[in-house]
Design a protein around this ligand. Structure first.
Ligand code: NAD
Length: 248
């Protein structure tokens, strides 16, 4: 439906879960996809195979999104090799869940460094290139808990609320340069991040979801594809809910 022919996309944390589904959706639409990964090269290579099966091409790129210098170097190299970078999907994220009274300083620091810092450093490096071409699409992965909060997820919720503020700010800063910045707030999606949760937590989440099921990574990928498309060119600073009605 949406064509991304001729576009180059970078998806952070693209080796599995929602990130992998986003890589495949963008590839099906014709984009060349750069799959960032933190450590699992075999999983990243599997995603690259899926990208190729989807009819496009791509490459894998290892870097830690929390490392500002590594991000800057990697994104410059990616843009040079691929003659540009049009789409950035800030998908990499971690969730270290604890009740407030048990949270340790290092858990706050690492979650903020990856979830907020990662999106910020990648956006900084990518938007600097995009603004020169007066075209860019940045899509950030926030979460339903960033909007509505959730018991046991104070740090994660704060980081995901931070993503919404970051999205709105960058949307205002770079609209005049042709760069749109939006975010999606997934509800409860079936990935490694959620399979580890106890059955009772999953049942509760499904009970709180009017559409009566967990989301699939592909549900989120479809929303990202839309925001990455030319058809979404007049949408910026938006938070698109993909939550089955969990928060309305
Ligand atoms: P996941 O844990 O399966 O995947 C996260 C990916 O990020 C992994 O590939 C991981 O290696 C990568 N990553 C983590 N730290 C990194 C770093 N420092 N540098 C580079 N890559 C790093 O999780 P998922 O469920 O696929 O989540 C993807 C995104 O969607 C995350 O931002 C998450 O917060 C968000 N989200 C997920 C859900 C859900 O229910 N699964 C709901 C709302 C939002």
């Amino acid at each position: 439906m949406f064509s991304l022919d001729g576009k180059v996309a970078l998806v952070t944390g693209g080796s599995r879960g929602i990130g992998r589904a986003i890589c495949v959706a963008l590839a099906k639409a014709g984009a060349k996809v750069v799959i960032n990964y933190a450590g699992n090269e075999a999983a990243a290579a599997e995603t690259l195979d899926l990208v190729r099966q989807a009819g496009s091409d791509g490459e894998i790129a290892r870097f830690d999104v929390a490392d500002a210098d590594a991000v800057d170097q990697a994104i410059q190299d990616i843009a040079k090799r691929n003659e540009g970078l049009h789409i950035l999907v800030n998908n990499a994220g971690i969730s270290l869940d604890q009740l407030l009274i048990r949270i340790k300083p290092e858990e706050l620091e690492r979650t903020m460094a990856v979830n907020v810092g990662g999106a910020l450093w990648c956006s900084k490096a990518a938007i600097r290139l995009m603004m020169r071409k007066r075209y860019g699409r940045v899509i950030n992965l926030s979460s339903v808990v960033g909007e509505g909060g959730n018991k046991g997820q104070a740090v994660y919720a704060a980081s995901k609320a931070g993503i919404i503020g970051l999205t709105k700010t960058l949307a205002k800063e770079y609209a005049s340069r042709g760069v749109t910045v939006n975010c999606v707030t997934p509800g409860f999606i079936e990935t490694d991040m959620t399979t580890a949760l106890p059955e009772s937590v999953k049942e509760q989440a499904i009970a709180e979801t009017p559409l009566g099921r967990m989301g699939a990574p592909e549900d989120v990928a479809a929303a990202v594809l839309f925001l990455a498309s030319d058809e979404a060119g007049f949408i910026t600073g938006h938070t698109l809910r993909v939550n089955g009605g969990m928060l309305i």
